[in-house]
Design a protein around this ligand. Structure first.
Ligand code: BGC
Length: 741
């Protein structure tokens, strides 16, 4: 069953009912100002960092309720409705949402009045434009009232949910003309405020949420809208909102557009004030003036379209399969841009307050992004590398605003360093810009420790070279790619973090997966060394790699597939002798991609085992048999119910590894079959089972052990985007950038 359809000419997904299984969202903005917008106009906006500079408030854990957004209420007579159906949920005569590249268009019609809401973030500016075009499609004159609504977040979204006793007293606004300014904390330490404006004189405003909603009411039935009149409330503390009232009369056939701008402004310290207590509005007024007319908005939209046309012209395919074309040419690349920008921070499933940018995540996201805007990939590589420690290990995460490593999670994920090599190799292959290797980059964000980027790669490889366990395989530390395989954690206390409990240094648990990475990215490092005239060092790296390859084919080989790991007791994980978790997907894909066992037959055998033991109609599950009991020595992986997440879910991220691997052994058709199983466009028809957006990948699809087999979760922010693009563009379609060209 479908809830809409693709419009490939317009490069849009068209949702034709608001009653989708879950909120189906889009991302606006791809530089500094970002908005999430659902098909019912839910979502929120932020500047650079959804934790530290959140502009509008969202209520967490809110799927599927999706209950805050930028809402436009229309009151005609006693009928109150929203073009996006939410939050009043008044039945519409027509509803449509078109999610496009960097914009969304939501259209609702009721009783002969059409409301078309276009939302986008202009290229090069820090604001969201919401243009509401109202058309009287009836044959009688119509008079009605429009109320806008956003709720401001008091900037730090963590305080907003943990220290609201403070926030209840800090909120401050100013209202001047048609513009509402949100200036909480600007008086002391902040240099930024938000504005919400409309390009017409208004008939009223509200800035106090309590005044707007009325006592004991919700967004679904605001008292002000019911009364048809704003109260001109000025918020002092509690929850500041931005509400405009615009009274409209339209003759039959007549249209009127209202342009709303939600913006973010920073002022230099010496230009903060216009008068004591009155903020300097010059920049805000200039911003409003940039989008005051339809012609200006049309021009900004045209620039946005041109921007995307240009980006997507770098890699395009024309085949006889329209689903393949639409994924490669539009949606997969679009999602790569979003994952590059967001890492795993802000989505409907990620709070935006926790993870920030992941070291391994961002390095991998770059693999699917580097061809789009190489200059931004370059900058990102340097930012990431600056969070590496001098010994080659790395902070697992960092905040995008400060670019500083996140101490809460710290280090000790031993795959992290090798992903940096993957990212730099991809950048060099795409651009040939070797100057990046000479770029001085801090260690631990400490400038006095800066070294050329090449030295960072050397330490990445060196960290794994010097961190091997009893079998000669790399030590796993807190976890490798699989965050939930925590072999040194041994947690029996509820609520303890599986990722930070237990030591990362000391114990002997080893990872065959990291061994596969060591071979693949060790070889790439050797190529980089060769191309920069470090031939002897390259040979030494290759000797190390050859030794590891041998170790994988002995200690890491189980007879019919690659083992997953050795636990802290030295017991095999992912082998025949294991009752549960006998075979895992990750080492099969990675080791074969690395070329291990390709000439000696193990590669083909391992991939056959994947097909026999892990394959399902909706994709390849992560492991089998699923863990039915909690294994203290394995950690979080065995804490999930069978079939979910890392415990035998279809973790979409590593399906493309197997697809890539199949091409390495010459099985092109099988590679494409795997590609199609998780690819959104091919499973659009089962949207009622899959449930997440049919135009983007989700992190996980419930596996065959799950009660909800086939149901996806955690859409948008997943390494699946980059890896499926690498798979389809480089391995299946076969355009591979190498250092030689
Ligand atoms: C994390 C990745 C990790 C994956 C598998 C994701 O949630 O962002 O870093 O590789 O889970 O555990």
């Amino acid at each position: 069953m479908k809830f809409g359809h693709f419009d490939d000419d317009a490069r849009e997904y068209v949702i034709t009912t608001p009653r989708t299984p879950l909120p189906w969202i889009n991302y606006l903005g791809s530089e500094a100002f970002f908005s999430l917008v659902s098909h019912t106009a839910g979502g929120y906006s932020f500047y650079k960092d959804a934790k530290l500079r959140r502009i509008t408030r969202y209520r967490y854990n809110n799927v599927p309720a999706d209950s805050n957004g930028r809402y436009y209420y229309i009151k005609e007579g006693s009928t109150i409705w929203n073009p996006g159906w939410q939050p009043t949920q008044t039945e519409l005569d027509f509803y449509e949402c078109r999610h496009g590249l960097g914009y969304s268009i939501i259209t609702g019609k009721k009783n002969g009045l059409a409301a078309r809401l276009e939302l986008f973030v202009p290229v090069g500016d820090n604001c969201e434009i919401d243009r509401l075009v109202l058309t009287n499609e009836s044959d009688v004159p119509k008079s009605f009232t429009v109320f806008s609504y956003v709720e401001f977040c008091l900037w730090n979204a963590v305080d907003d949910s943990t220290n609201f006793q403070r926030n209840f007293s800090t909120g401050e606004v100013e209202v001047e003309g048609s513009t509402i300014y949100h200036k909480t904390e600007y008086r002391e330490r902040r240099d930024h405020y938000a504005l919400f404006t409309v390009n017409t004189p208004i008939d009223g405003f509200d800035t106090s949420r309590d005044a707007f909603l009325g006592a004991w009411r919700s967004n679904a039935n605001p008292e002000v809208v019911e009364n048809g009149r704003c109260t001109n409330s000025v918020a002092h503390g509690w929850a500041p909102v931005g509400v405009h009232q615009v009274n409209v009369t339209l003759q039959p056939g007549e249209s009127r557009s209202l342009i709303f701008v939600l913006g973010y402004i920073e002022n230099p310290e010496d230009e903060k004030w216009a008068a004591p207590g009155v903020i300097n509005k010059t920049r805000a007024q200039a911003m409003a003036a940039r989008y005051a007319t339809d012609a200006q908005v049309d021009a900004a939209l045209a620039r946005l379209h041109a921007h995307w046309n240009n980006l997507l012209s770098t890699y395009a395919v024309r085949s006889s399969d329209e689903k393949l074309d639409r994924m490669v040419n539009i949606w997969n690349q679009y999602q790569c841009m979003v994952t590059f920008n967001m890492s795993r921070s802000a989505s409907y499933y990620e709070s935006g307050t926790g993870r920030g940018m992941g070291f391994r995540d961002s390095c991998q996201d770059l693999l699917g992004f580097v061809h789009l805007i190489p200059a931004r990939a370059r900058e990102r590589i340097l930012d990431i590398a600056a969070t590496q420690f001098p010994d080659g290990s790395a902070y697992h995460q960092y905040q995008p605003l400060t670019k500083k490593g996140n101490m809460d999670i710290g280090s000790g994920f031993n795959d992290d360093p090798l992903w940096l090599i993957a990212a730099v190799y991809a950048y060099l292959g795409e651009t040939g810009d070797y100057s990046i290797l000479d770029e001085p980059v801090d260690f631990d964000n400490d400038h006095s420790l800066a070294q050329p980027l090449l030295e960072h790669l050397r330490r990445s490889f060196g960290y794994l070279r010097t961190h091997k366990g009893p079998h000669g395989l790399p030590l796993i530390g807190r976890a490798d790619w699989n965050d939930c395989l925590n072999l040194n954690c041994f947690s029996d206390t509820p609520g303890e973090s599986f990722q930070t409990t237990g030591p990362s240094e000391g114990p002997v648990a080893e990872s065959v997966f990291i061994a596969g990475m060591y071979v693949k990215y060790g070889n790439e490092f050797a190529e980089i060394l060769d191309s920069t005239a470090h031939t002897d060092e390259a040979a030494a790296v290759r000797a190390e790699v050859a030794e590891m390859e041998h170790t994988v084919l002995t200690a890491g080989w189980d007879g019919s597939w690659f083992r997953r790991a050795y636990d802290a007791y030295g017991h095999v994980v992912g082998g025949q002798e294991c009752e549960e978790g006998q075979i895992f997907i990750e080492p099969q894909g990675m080791c074969v991609m690395a070329g291990i066992g390709v000439n000696t037959g193990e590669a083909v055998t391992a991939l056959q085992s994947v097909k026999d033991k892990l394959d399902t109609k909706y994709g390849i599950v992560l492991l089998q048999p699923a863990y039915t009991k909690y294994h203290l020595e394995l950690g979080e992986i065995s804490s999930y119910p069978p079939g979910y997440k890392e415990n035998a879910g279809i973790f979409c991220h590593n399906n493309p590894w197997v697809s890539c691997a199949e091409t390495v052994v010459g099985h092109g058709d099988r590679a494409f079959e795997i590609y199609k199983k998780t690819c959104p466009a091919y499973i659009e028809d089962i949207s009622e089972i899959h449930r997440t957006e049919p135009y983007v990948y989700s992190q996980m699809v419930a596996g065959c052990d799950a009660a909800t087999f086939g149901e996806a979760k955690n859409s948008w922010l997943t390494g699946t985007a980059a890896w499926t693009f690498v798979d389809v563009s480089q391995y299946i379609l076969g355009i591979q950038p190498t250092l030689a060209g």
